[in-house]
Design a protein around this ligand. Structure first.
Ligand code: SF4
Ligand code: SF4
Length: 320
């Protein structure tokens, strides 16, 4: 971070919060706060104030309200600096950022993030059922959106049940964060209630829940995410630091433990959210890269709308 600040002539604001993900209750592979101590030390040495900043999750769980979200942050060790939930108690506190793009004219960004000139976006690089992978762009898009903004991004991405594969075991129903699933002879998803979070797909052991590929082919979810990332980063002098450690197939929003699917790669830093995601993607083992590759749609569209560039030069720094 020191080198990127010097070489890119970044001037730090007096208050520079760290955009983090506290990890859902039960998740073990989120990036643990000890990893951020060096960054906090650096800010303190430079007389800058900081905090952990996050927005409420869309679905049921420990991170849906400010009160519970703050509790889980403490339980997961995020205690060194204050915790700020940027979109209020339940996502009601946001600012409409005007972008006038294909999918959104305005984006609902958590007010306390929208008000800032600079954040340090700390991301965990890992897989994501719907997005392909999650890194800096997703941390901006979903991570900075108020709950209504998260819903707007998900609106077009709802899974479907394959009845002949379904064993009516009920696991999907038990884990659906918004109670959108009923079980009779087979599971049925109420499309009006479903928020498209995709958890049921990861839960079903019988591969009876699949993406609606016709909708996915429209690339709409990835494009919506890129537009929200554009809104969240707009006008900000951000720094992006991505931890390509604990690389799991699933997201930190999943409240269960997962086993990494490849070795750790390292920690990346950039001022460009598209470049840093592309660099992480390129460093994946070839079979993992093939699984995550769907996310390239987000980067291509993000590049097209001016969020950043996929071109990068990777400079190795040995910190030991
Ligand atoms: S988890 Fe799969 S098999 Fe079980 S009820 Fe849901 S869709 Fe059917
Ligand atoms: S995607 Fe599945 S788990 Fe998520 S809200 Fe819809 S039905 Fe429920």
């Amino acid at each position: 971070m020191d080198r990127i600040i010097r070489e890119e002539n970044i001037s730090l604001e007096d208050f520079v919060p760290l955009k983090v993900h506290f990890g859902e209750k039960g998740n073990k592979t989120y990036i643990h706060p000890e990893n951020f101590n060096g960054i906090i030390d650096y800010l303190e040495q430079n007389n800058k104030k900081t905090a952990f900043i996050e927005t409420n999750a869309l679905y049921k769980g420990q991170r849906m309200t400010r009160e519970n979200h703050t509790k889980i942050a403490k339980e997961h060790g995020f205690t060194r600096v204050p915790v700020i939930i940027a979109d209020g108690e339940r996502g009601e506190d946001f600012e409409n950022i005007e972008i006038n793009k294909k999918h959104f004219k305005n984006c609902k960004i958590g007010k306390k993030i929208a008000d800032l000139n600079q954040i340090i976006v700390l991301s965990h690089f890992k897989g994501h059922t719907l997005a392909g992978f999650g890194g800096a762009v997703k941390q901006l898009a979903m991570g900075c959106a108020a709950r209504g903004g998260k819903l707007a991004q998900h609106a077009n991405s709802k899974p479907i049940i394959i009845p002949f594969k379904c064993r009516a075991c009920g696991a999907c129903k038990a884990n659906c964060p918004v109670s959108a699933i009923t079980i009779k002879k087979w599971a049925k998803i109420d499309k009006d209630v479903c928020i498209g979070c995709s958890s049921c797909q990861t839960i079903c052991k019988h591969k009876a829940i699949t993406s609606n590929w016709l909708q996915s082919l429209s690339m709409s979810f990835n494009e919506r995410m890129a537009e929200y990332a554009f809104a969240a980063a707009r006008g900000k002098n951000n720094i992006y630091i991505t931890f390509a450690l604990n690389i799991t197939a699933g997201c930190d929003c999943e409240g269960h433990s997962m086993i990494p699917i490849m070795r750790d790669i390292g920690i990346f830093a950039s001022t460009d959210p598209i470049a840093i995601d592309r660099a992480c993607l390129d460093k994946l083992r070839v079979d993992v890269k093939a699984i995550f590759w769907r996310g390239i749609k987000t980067l291509k569209y993000g590049e097209k709308i001016g969020l950043g560039s996929m071109k990068y030069e990777l400079i190795d720094i040995d910190c030991m």
